[in-house]
Design a protein around this ligand. Structure first.
Ligand SMILES: Cc1cc2nc3c(=O)[nH]c(=O)nc-3n(C[C@H](O)[C@H](O)[C@H](O)COP(=O)(O)O)c2cc1C
Length: 257
């Protein structure tokens, strides 16, 4: 099940919404569990916990979208913890897709009370996984199969189209694509859109899922940098922070070492 380069998977992955509820075999679950133990964090100082939960331990009300398994991520609610959670679990989305297993980030299901009680950390989100009901629909045929904004609407980055394109194709809550990128091939600055055109009581939820989505896009950027033989580190850039595009908040920057 090992995958050394996730780049190609970015161009074929998709969210699987309907699952065969038969559990995966023990061996597959063990390999997925091993992969979870070695997930890369965006910020090493944030305490996190990831668990595989069976459907019975998850309150997933929408029957049609139920899956045999879920990965739940819990985190210390520290600065940037939502971005970190998105970054971490996106590796699993690509890992599962690359191994022909369906997956989907889901905002509404929650672990049941017993599971929640067992963690000192804050529950963040789940990712459903399992065999798709229609195995033929597991992957897309390429970048043109994605419904996404064109590159020039989300980026002014110079000289790194192939890298930013990987982030452009990232999944996001409601496909909102709440990101914007500036910079060049040596340093990419990442911004997240402020929740707009949403009722006030919905703004915190939108903000939460948008922030997780930004972490997902950052993971795609990092995979693309690595694919092209570059090693990018996560840094904070004061100048980029003060020059955020209108209606966007500065999140972080990736600097090629
Ligand atoms: C943080 C997050 C939350 C999501 N929540 C849901 C959800 O509650 N229900 C759902 O059907 N899809 C959910 N999705 C999946 C998105 O709808 C999907 O990623 C997006 O439409 C793009 O499609 P794709 O993943 O097939 O490329 C979520 C995605 C993300 C990143």
């Amino acid at each position: 099940m090992e995958i050394t380069d996730y780049y190609d998977i970015i161009f074929k992955r998709k969210s699987i919404k309907k699952y065969d509820l038969t559990p995966l075999d023990e061996r597959a679950l063990e390999e997925i569990s091993n992969q979870l133990k070695n997930l890369k964090q965006m910020y090493d100082d944030i305490k996190t916990e990831v668990k595989i939960l069976p459907l019975e331990q998850v309150e997933a009300k929408k029957k049609k979208k139920q899956a045999p398994h879920y990965i739940a991520i819990f985190s210390e609610p520290k600065n940037n913890y939502l971005v970190n959670a998105g970054y971490m679990l996106q590796e699993m989305d690509l890992f599962l897709s690359g191994n022909d297993i369906g997956s989907c980030w889901l905002g509404s299901p929650r672990p049941n009370e017993d599971v929640l009680k067992n963690s000192d950390l804050e529950f963040v989100i789940v990712m459903a996984f399992g065999n798709p009901q229609k195995p033929k629909e597991l992957h897309r045929n390429g970048a043109s199969d994605f419904k996404r904004k064109p590159l020039d609407e989300i980026s002014t980055v110079k000289g790194a189209d192939e890298i930013v394109d990987a982030a452009r194709l990232a999944p996001s809550a409601g496909n909102s694509q709440p990101w914007f990128f500036t910079g060049d091939e040596n340093m990419i600055h990442v911004y997240g859109s402020k929740p707009y055109a949403v009722k006030e009581h919905k703004a915190p939820k939108v903000k939460k899922y948008n922030t997780i989505s930004i972490g997902i896009a950052i993971y795609h950027l990092q995979v693309a940098f690595e694919h092209f033989g570059k090693n990018a580190e996560i840094v904070s850039d004061e100048n980029a922070k003060t020059n955020a595009p209108e209606n966007y908040d500065y999140i972080t920057s990736l600097k090629v070492k």
